[in-house]
Structure formats: C-alpha cells, structure tokens
Design a protein. Structure first.
Length: 315
C-alpha cells in the first residue's frame, strides 16, 4: 500500500500546490489558462511526437489497445446515456453530457503523470493511443449527439464538419501525425531537435497537474450534493471496468494480447477523472454549472479510486 501511495501522493500533492498557489494569489485563475495552453499546444504535442517517433509504427499503433479503449469508452457512454434517459428520465442534452463525463478521461493532465510514475516505459505510447480514440471518435460523436439533442439536424452536420476541421489543426493531432511520419520514414532526428523535443515533453507532467489544481479554484459549489456522485463513480469505476473487460475478451476474438504494461496503462487511463475541458464543452448547451461540480467531485474521489485500481493492478 505504501508503494501505491508513493505513486498517487505526488500527483495529488502537485494538484494541491496548484490549488493553493491559485487560491492564495501566487497565480491568477487566468494564469491557469495560459499554462494550460502551454501544455496543450507545446508540451503534450512534443510528448506525443516523441512517443511516436521513437518507436516502430507497428508498436505504437496497437490495434488491441485502440479497439479495447474504444469499446470501453463507447460502452460507458451507451450505458450511462440509457440509464439517464430511460431510468432517470433526464432530458437528452443532460443525458448526453452525463455520458460524456463517464467516457472521456483526463488523459493528458492527470493520466499521463500517473502512468509515467507507475509505468514509465509505456506512458507516452498510452497517451498517444488514448488521444486517437478520444479526439477522433468519442468527443466528435458526443458533440454530434449534443447538437442532435438541441433539435437541429443541420447544426449536427455542421458540428461534425467543424469538429473535423478543428482536429486537422489540433496540436495534439499534429504531434501524433508528425511522430508517425518520422517513425514510418526511419529518419533519426538531429540531436538539437531531439533535445528540444525532450525538454518540452518533460515539462508536461508537473505543469499539467498544477493547471488541474488551479482550475478547481472557484468552481461553483452551489447545489453540490450526492446527485453527482453516481456520475463520478461511473467515470472512475464503470469506464475502467469496461476497458478491462474488453481487453479480456478481445484475445478470444483473435486480437493479439497486450503486453502487461500497456494492459495496465489502458485500464488506469480509463480510471482517470473526466477531462478538464468538460465544463467548457458543456457551456454552449447551458450545462456548465453541474458539469463543473461533477468535475470537482470526480477529481477528489479519484484519489481513493485510483489508489484502489493501482493496488489491484500493480499489487
């Protein structure tokens, strides 16, 4: 158990530093947006580029991982949406964002630092594979559902086109594609370029955790209750369980079993809190307040659930 705490404690300690330094005025809340842009536009793309470029394409474009993570994410989305609509009678738009909260992990800001501490050899590859599933499949599908829930078929079509256009210039996607091209070409990067990429990549872990902590300052707590706890448990328990189940079933269908480190990384990444931009995506649809509360509760509860998953997966 002490080994598990040695992994999780620094993660949440850095989040706490980010929260305290923002709460006490060392950083302004607006500074977190600037630091977040640095991570999203430079540090994480450099990390993904490095992970892709330094390994053979066959190793980083792992079909078993991609299919299992996609099935687990889509399964969590479908189960939660069905429960919210048919079981709880929620409106389609609210059910859609409940499904988003349970199927989209914070792979970059929380997932990567935790996997880096526990499974360093596969952390970059795991992050890149998660980005493929989340940015090319799960998030566009959920945005399409959100537009449909507003009752505009034309708006849904535009949403898909706009999502694809944004993805084409997304720095994370550009880092992914650039790394794959370098890997496929067999080119070795010049030493100065490689060191520059390494320096940017190494900054991503600590800065991303500071950003998450600082972002939690000032989230609206009005109406905070047990109502968002089921959503938190859906993200932290249901999503990783479904990814684990998919990984167990796929070898029976002819897929190559994952190596133990990647297997563990896939489940751990699914067990992360929901992505930090969750309330931002919900804002145009009038769902930002309760999604912000759900993000806060899920991040706090994840301290316990992640420790449990790490203990179960790593012993």
């Amino acid at each position: 158990m002490l080994n598990i705490l040695a992994i999780t404690s620094p993660i949440f300690a850095l989040m706490g530093v980010g929260y305290a330094s923002t709460r006490w005025g060392v950083f302004a809340k607006a500074d977190m947006r600037v630091l977040g842009k640095f991570v999203l536009n430079l540090a994480l793309p450099a990390l993904i580029f490095k992970a892709m470029a330094s390994r053979p394409v066959a190793e980083v474009f792992n079909a078993t991982y991609l299919v299992a993570y996609a099935l687990g994410s889509l399964g969590a989305m479908a189960v939660v949406y069905a429960v919210c609509r048919r079981g709880l009678g929620l409106a389609p738009i609210k059910a859609t964002f409940c499904a988003m909260g349970c199927s989209c992990s914070n792979s970059g800001f929380v997932g990567y630092p935790i996997v880096l501490l526990s499974l360093a050899s596969v952390a970059g590859v795991s992050l890149a594979l998660n980005m493929v599933v989340e940015n090319l499949l799960v998030i566009p599908l959920l945005l399409f559902m959100a537009e449909r829930a507003r009752g505009s078929d034309l708006g849904a079509g535009r949403a898909v086109v706009q999502a694809l256009q944004r993805l084409a210039v997304n720095p994370l996607v550009l880092g992914l594609v650039g790394g794959l091209l370098v890997s496929a070409s067999g080119v070795t990067l010049p030493a100065p370029v490689a060191r520059t990429v390494d320096m940017l990549a190494m900054a991503s872990g600590a800065v991303s955790l500071l950003v998450i902590g600082g972002t939690l300052v000032g989230l609206p707590l009005r109406g905070l209750s047990l109502r968002v706890l089921p959503l938190a448990l859906g993200k932290l328990v249901l999503h990783p369980f479904l990814v684990w189940l998919a990984l167990a079933v796929l070898p029976w269908l002819g897929f190559e079993p994952l190596e133990p480190a990647l297997h563990t990384a896939a489940v751990l990444c699914a067990a992360m809190p929901m992505m930090g931009i969750y309330p931002t995506l919900a804002q145009p649809h009038g769902q930002e307040e309760w999604t912000a509360v759900a993000l806060l509760v899920t991040t706090v509860v994840s301290f316990l659930t992640l420790s449990a998953w790490l203990w179960g997966l790593l012993g």
